[in-house]
Ligand binder design. Structure first.
Ligand code: MRU
Length: 348
């Protein structure tokens, strides 16, 4: 995709404001870690790997001008602020902790050398995510042999949700690059509309055919036939293969099983949390009820009505056909296959 999701430039972090897409392409510039935290919290930037990259860059900005013991104290504050923004995507905490380790190893540096070192680490996280997406895209394209290939997806697990290229949409892009005829059916993804606004926008930019459906149409579409597979991303996958992803993913997995359609998860290893034994241990973010009672700024439910707005759900591992990572494809039982991939064993 030609538009950059996030970019480090001249001691600032630039992000395309995803709240305004597809109507307007506006770049937000964050010059300190609080602005980065705000951008993550308010969904200027979203998607697990993308907010991990943003948080890493936020740490670098937050530590600018600090060294020695003061840097250590400052990191505690910066890390706490960034980690509190969104709890479900493990990439965010993972990236902040990685920055903390690099800080700990370099406390002897003066302030400007330490800042450069942290900036370079944040850029390494960015570049590694891009490389992971391309690699998992290749593994996914090798796994899915249909031509034409029709992929049903939920939310946005594309270039906009990552450093670039995408996870679920990375598989789509790689299949297209391998010469196959690929098309996508995008769930609208209530209530924030990542599917109709963002997935449709970035696929159209790349001239990949996309059809938007409302979430409640997926069962009929799967029943009608013609869908090769479902591919989604993940914010955190537990050691046993339970998958936390955008609310609405779990019913999609149930429907896919009912209709005999394979259900794949595309995930960089940074989204797999072996510290969570099962999905029960994954914290699920609850967002403001205004996302339900208002639509594009207009009230669509009675003022003051009670709401419940969990941003993610957990799909049990038994409904997941395979998990596509940058080191290869994990199959059930996931407790063994995911641990092996995390250790560095390749499935090639
Ligand atoms: O609330 P969001 O838009 O940040 O949720 C994003 C998702 O659920 C994505 O599917 C997930 O982060 C994987 S992105 C490669």
């Amino acid at each position: 995709m030609s538009v950059k999701t996030i970019e480090w430039r001249a001691d600032s972090v630039r992000m395309i404001d995803q709240r305004l897409l597809p109507a307007r392409e506006v770049i937000r510039v964050c010059r300190d870690y609080r602005a980065v935290a705000d951008a993550i919290r308010t969904m200027v930037i979203r998607g697990a790997p993308a907010i991990g990259v943003a948080a890493a860059m936020g740490v670098a900005l937050g530590l600018r001008g600090f060294s020695g013991a003061r840097a250590r104290t400052r990191f505690e504050v910066v890390a706490r602020t960034l980690k509190a923004t969104r709890p479900t995507a493990v990439n965010l905490a993972w990236a902040v902790d990685r920055m903390g380790r690099v800080l700990g190893e370099n406390l002897a540096l003066d302030a400007s050398a330490l800042y450069r070192r942290l900036r370079d680490e944040a850029l390494a996280i960015y570049n590694e995510d891009l490389a992971a997406n391309r690699a998992l895209g290749r593994h996914g394209a090798a796994l899915l042999r249909d031509d034409p290939l029709t992929v049903l997806t939920h939310c946005n697990a594309g270039a906009l949700a990552t450093a670039g290229y995408g996870t679920a949409l990375g598989v789509v892009r790689a299949a297209r690059e391998s010469g196959r005829q690929v098309s996508v059916i995008a769930d609208e993804t209530r209530p924030f509309l990542q599917g109709s606004r963002l997935t449709a926008w970035e696929l159209r930019k790349d001239k990949i055919p996309v059809t938007v459906i409302a979430d409640n149409m997926a069962a009929s579409v799967l029943r009608a036939g013609g869908v090769s597979c479902v591919i989604v991303g993940t914010d955190r996958t537990a050691a046993n293969g339970d998958v936390a992803n955008k609310i609405g993913t779990y019913p999609l997995a149930v429907m896919a099983r009912r209709h005999g359609v394979p259900f794949y998860v595309a995930a960089p290893l940074s989204s797999i949390d072996l510290g969570c034994r099962s999905g029960d241990a994954i914290p699920i973010e609850e967002r403001s009820g205004l996302e339900l009672t208002e639509f594009a700024g207009r009230q669509v439910a009675p003022r003051g009505v009670k709401t419940f707005n969990p941003a993610f759900d957990v799909t049990p591992a038994e409904l997941v056909t395979a998990i596509i990572t940058e080191r290869g494809v994990a199959r059930p039982p996931y407790t063994e296959s995911l641990a092996a991939l995390k250790r560095g064993d390749s499935t090639d």
